[in-house]
Design a protein around this ligand. Sequence first.
Ligand code: ZN
Length: 293
Amino acid sequence: MSATPVSPVERPIGIAPGVAAFATLTPTLPPATHTNSYALGEREILLVEPATPHEAEQRAFVEWARGLASGGRTLRAIFVTHHHIDHVAGAQALSEELRLPLLAHRETALRLGDAWRPELGHRHLDDGDVIELDGPTPQRWEALHTPGHAPGHLCLHEPKLGALGVGDMVASVGTILIEPQDGHMQTYLEQLRRLSELGAKTALPAHGSAIDEPSAWFDHYVSHRKMREAKVLFSVQQLKRAGLDELVALAYDDTPREIWGLAKLSLEAHLIKLLDDGLVQREGHSYLPEAST
Ligand SMILES: [Zn+2]
């Protein structure tokens, strides 16, 4: 992958005092092409998202990080939001090169396999753990365990700054996929509501630019998913007995056919929720409405 050219995105981008973004090219879902890493803190600095697998991009990341570490500033650790490849592809290489420990939820660490090396000081974080970063204006980032997109997904909240690192809970470019293997729709919706209630001023997503007044954004995600859930239920009721191929064509008839392959994963996540809610039943590969619905 060494031939991959350094991407032409603008970087780094200053978002607030002590908050900067640095996008790197990653194997992510189109239309997104990059994952944002962040540097948090004014003197002690926490890096977020060791995302890129590409050597040239890793070198650019290391150069940026070493630049941050000059002038009396110190790099503390690298925070990992969750285990998806477009977030952790550089975890091992970057933590070893910069000699920084990784911080991640236990569920994420389990999925990192050999890249998770406790002897390097890698540490588990859980809901409520706080990372304090000293500086002219000290920062206090609280880890929030927000499963639903991925089992070990963590967000970071700094109430005084009103800043919220949201990983893949929402994105301002592309869509967030809830797939049956890693995700759980009901849990995801609950966690979005929880994030909305924080009333943050700025959300820092992994894909796309920073989001002002993100509570409206979280609420929009919830209502969009509820709309889709209603459409999935309607499709099951219309078709009476149908598999994923027939259901996706009806429940996602407002989306381009090219994305139906991915949409089928979301469809399945919605169906699992409807099965849990007792509104749909399953027989083999077919879904049927519950008699009472
Ligand atoms: Zn993800």
